[in-house]
Design a protein around this ligand. Structure first.
Ligand SMILES: Cc1cc2nc3c(=O)[nH]c(=O)nc-3n(C[C@H](O)[C@H](O)[C@H](O)COP(=O)(O)OP(=O)(O)OC[C@H]3O[C@@H](n4cnc5c(N)ncnc54)[C@H](O)[C@@H]3O)c2cc1C
Length: 450
């Protein structure tokens, strides 16, 4: 716990705003995107620069306090804020510097994907990022980072060229393939375990006007739409990404939607849209050419801050009819009308990066199936968690056995996101760079004991 003397000292050490319990702004500063998370940190430090990060870490270390790191605050497990911890909030680390000649960009550790995309698209360039523009660049990349152009260019972490990291020791290092290479490997999928990343350098790719949108059908058509999604998905080229989801309808009830994101120039996205439309009974159809930034924020409105989320997910390398039927059954049994069943398509470039190249694994997966329990009602939290967990148990026999660390909820076994060998390698890197587990409010990898 921090004393009044500690508090005064911390204020002298940094130039940033600090929010303490009982002060104005504290309740807002401790909130994360998931309304189910309600933790009370000892302080929230809105770091203004690298010096603030270094000073806060030293302050925490000297007093045996733990530290939580906040990028975009989107993590469903609420990993950006820890009870009694000092939160280092990077929201002021927003700068994006694009080098169009080298096709690379430097992004601050608190950037959101919408901000990054806006700057890089000014040059007609993009890096694979999340499908919702309000998600943080940091947490998404550190856990892997799947997005609408991943099948073409890989995961976000596959496009990371280097990262500036303030280590638990307070030292600032730059990690890349040539320097601190084990740390660099771990940062690409091992989550926020290894230090505070103050900036990310990414590879950029030319991406201009995509064709994107969704085609929605009555819930009763879920089986045929999901079968068509599987058929088209398995033969799609890398430039086409399809997703499918059972989602709530604005006026009540639910529907099955096929999402199309095509960055190619062969008309494949339009052909896929036509193949879905041919199933008939189309309820909505938003598929159209749009800017890359518009594509990346088209579903933001469905994921507002403050709703209560509990997620479970499983990687799959096939989508058999029995599993399609199970997914439809889960959607029908959902305790909340807002719950979503989502299927993302992997493969393409994601599968071609060597398995050992990053801490993110799962390169053999073709799909990821997620059960998203979403509601506004705290009274049904237990029921919602049970729904997601029970559904996940029934999906397990069809899964690769792997789960995506970025979609894990509170209290899950982090080991499930990694093979044994990967987990052990990560634990060794953790022991080298954060031996006291200063950074433990994350999908925690305990340091290996020597
Ligand atoms: C609505 C929504 C949509 C999503 N869509 C996608 C998607 O399309 N693809 C995908 O792959 N994932 C997606 N995710 C999951 C997302 O990748 C994770 O929730 C991720 O953790 C969010 O990163 P963040 O920076 O916003 O989170 P935070 O909650 O701020 O942080 C997440 C973790 O990263 C650590 N961290 C954050 N910043 C730093 C930093 N600068 N240095 C070191 N550690 C840091 C934190 O300590 C924490 O452990 C989505 C999540 C939501 C809620």
């Amino acid at each position: 716990m921090m004393s009044a003397i500690d508090t005064r000292e911390l204020r002298h050490l940094v130039r940033s705003a600090i929010y303490l319990p009982s002060e104005d702004g504290y309740d807002e500063a401790r909130q994360v995107w998931n309304g189910m998370i309600d933790r009370r940190p000892a302080a929230v430090v809105c770091a203004a620069g690298v010096a603030d990060v270094m000073a806060t870490l030293q302050f925490a270390r000297d007093r045996g306090l733990t530290v939580a790191i906040r990028g975009g605050g989107h993590n469903v497990a609420g990993a950006a804020v820890g009870e009694d911890s000092i939160v280092i909030d990077l929201a002021r680390f927003k700068s994006v510097r694009v080098d169009p000649l080298q096709r690379s960009a430097l992004a601050g550790g608190g950037c959101l994907w919408g901000e990054y995309d806006w700057e890089t698209q000014a040059f007609g360039l993009a890096s694979p990022g999340g499908a919702i523009s309000t998600t943080g660049v940091a947490g998404l990349t550190l856990g892997g980072g799947y997005g609408t152009i991943s099948r073409c260019y890989g995961m976000a972490c596959d496009n990371l060229l280097s990262a500036d990291v303030v280590l638990a020791s307070g030292e600032l290092v730059s990690a890349s393939a040539d320097c601190h290479s084990e740390l660099f490997w771990a940062l690409r999928g091992g989550g926020g375990n290894f230090g505070v990343v103050t900036s990310f350098q990414f590879q950029l790719h030319p991406v201009r006007q995509p064709l994107s949108g969704l085609v929605g059908f009555p819930f009763e058509m879920s089986r045929s739409v999901l079968q068509r999604f599987r058929e088209l998905g398995l033969e799609a080229s890398d430039t086409l990404t399809l997703m499918a989801a059972i989602i709530p309808l604005p006026g009540g009830g639910k529907c099955i939607a096929a999402v199309i994101c095509d960055i190619g120039d062969t008309g494949e996205g339009e052909r896929a849209a036509r193949a879905f439309r041919e199933l008939g009974s189309v309820l909505m159809d938003t598929v159209a050419p749009m800017s890359y930034c518009a594509m990346q924020k088209q579903f933001d409105v469905s994921y507002p801050k403050g709703q209560r989320h509990y997620w479970k997910s499983a990687f799959l390398n096939a989508l058999p009819d029995e599993l399609i039927d199970l997914a439809i059954e889960f959607a029908g049994d959902a305790p909340s009308p807002l719950n979503v069943i989502m299927i993302e398509m992997y493969g393409g470039a994601v599968a071609r990066f060597p398995d050992h190249s990053t801490a993110f694994g799962h390169r053999d997966a073709l799909f990821n199936l997620s059960m998203l329990a979403i509601s506004d009602n705290p009274g049904i939290d237990a029921e919602q968690k049970k729904w997601a967990r029970d559904a996940w148990q029934r999906v397990l026999p069809y899964s690769t056995g792997g789960t995506y660390v970025n979609y894990m909820s509170e209290g899950e076994d982090v080991h499930a996101a990694y093979s044994d060998a990967r987990f052990q390698r990560l634990a060794k890197v953790k022991a080298q760079y954060d031996p006291t587990n200063l950074f433990r409010f994350n999908q925690n990898i305990p340091p290996a004991s020597s």
